[in-house]
Design a protein around this ligand. Structure first.
Ligand SMILES: *Cc1c(COP(=O)(O)O)cnc(C)c1O
Length: 377
């Protein structure tokens, strides 16, 4: 069976983890944490990069930093992972779900303004499949209404909007290094980017369990203590050591993933032209970081058939999100009407992801393409 995902090992992970163990500094904010953070700050120009234990944690930190309080409203696309909404729900926010674009699962920027009320505090654009949302439109709306923007860039490492790295455009950007992402911190990990200087000092405090420990280590204060809210958001050095090995090979990883993506695109374009399904939409302003290769079937039945057919042919293809506005949790906890979000529901029913990982070889990609062509013949 060709799996859907397989985490890639560069071969240096164990070496760096061993180094972290034997230098005797295992807790967070050591050499490897700082190396990873510095790479993101230097390579992508993020003002402040902070390693976290997961992408979910990075979103939770952002929600605290946005000072989201009970009753505040947060606009989130419904076609996303639970954490994009949950991080704000934990602060007492009311989630206002927005629909996807017609051609891709990203939040439709033209439908955001109608959802804004005096209580709107944050907009959370999710760069689905690592493809940029239309950030100029979103930042313009946010600035005019004095709203903060938290980019859920969990899938968007090394991807750009009009030349600007994703995660560095909104007030905050949140990345994930879960084992299903392009690079991993040994299974779980994340990064918070703070792009607005006003929030940097508080971000470090929340990261360090509500203490000003970071300032103490820089010699800015002569003792440290409890000054704010926070939690244990910083990962162990072992996780950062693992991630460092992967970041050193980022260009190699990205290049191979893009090759696979292009093979799929080339091999399936005739069926797409015939209207059997649609291909991933790449707006002019976005780059492709090959996080994912998906196609959108015409309906749920055809998608079910495709997934079953591929399984018979030893290929594991999978669907993705269920609409969050139709989830059990939201049904039981929402205030007001449940919105109708047809584009979101269509992606929930019709989108299917094909295997995508570094070690997937050309023969396997060809086999997957041939199977799909065979089914639609
Ligand atoms: C993976 C993912 C997350 C959560 O990241 P974790 O590191 O698993 O907590 C959040 N949002 C999106 C869009 C994701 O793909």
């Amino acid at each position: 069976m060709i799996p859907f995902n397989k985490p890639f090992l560069t071969g240096k992970e164990a070496h760096y983890m061993y180094q972290a163990v034997y230098t005797g500094k295992l807790s967070g904010n050591g050499v490897f944490t700082k190396k990873c953070q510095q790479l993101f700050e230097e390579k992508y120009g993020f003002k402040k990069a902070i390693m976290t234990t997961s992408g979910t944690d990075a979103l939770e930190m952002a929600a605290i930093l946005c000072d989201v309080k009970p009753g505040d409203e947060v606009i989130v696309p419904s076609y996303t992972f639970v954490s994009s909404a949950l991080a704000f729900v934990r602060q007492g926010a009311r989630i206002i779900f927005a629909d996807s674009c017609k051609d891709n699962p990203n939040i439709d920027p033209d439908k955001i303004e109608a959802l804004i009320t005096p209580k709107t505090k944050v907009i959370v654009p999710v760069h689905y499949a690592g493809v940029a949302c239309d950030m100029d439109k979103i930042m313009d709306i946010a600035n005019r209404h004095n709203i903060l923007v938290v980019e859920d860039a969990a899938q968007a490492i090394d991807s750009y909007y009009k030349g600007k790295p994703l995660g560095g455009i909104g007030h905050f950007g949140c990345f994930s290094f879960h084992e299903t992402k392009n690079v991993t911190a040994g299974g779980e990990g994340g990064l918070l980017c703070v792009n607005d200087e006003r929030f940097i000092r508080r971000a470090e405090i929340i990261w360090e369990k509500g203490t000003n420990r970071a300032e103490f280590f820089r010699g800015m204060v002569n003792k440290y203590g409890w000054v704010d809210t926070g939690s244990s958001f910083l990962p162990s050095e072992i996780n950062s050591a693992f991630l460092w090995a992967q970041l050193e090979s980022l260009d190699t990883i990205q290049a191979r993933r893009k090759e696979i993506w292009n093979m799929y695109h080339e091999g399936l374009k005739d069926l797409a032209a015939k209207g059997c399904f649609s291909m991933p939409d790449m707006p002019d302003y976005a780059t492709n970081n090959a996080h994912m290769f998906y196609i959108v079937c015409r309906n749920l039945e055809e998608r079910t058939k495709l997934i079953a057919y591929l399984k018979e042919n030893e290929v594991l293809a999978v669907f993705h999100y269920l609409s969050l506005h139709l989830s059990e949790y939201y049904k039981d906890n929402h205030v007001g009407e449940i919105p109708e979000l047809p584009n979101c529901d269509r992606f929930a029913d019709c989108l299917v992801r094909l295997p995508m990982y570094y070690e997937l070889n050309d023969e396997e990609v060809k086999k997957i393409i041939d199977s799909i062509n065979e089914l639609f013949k």
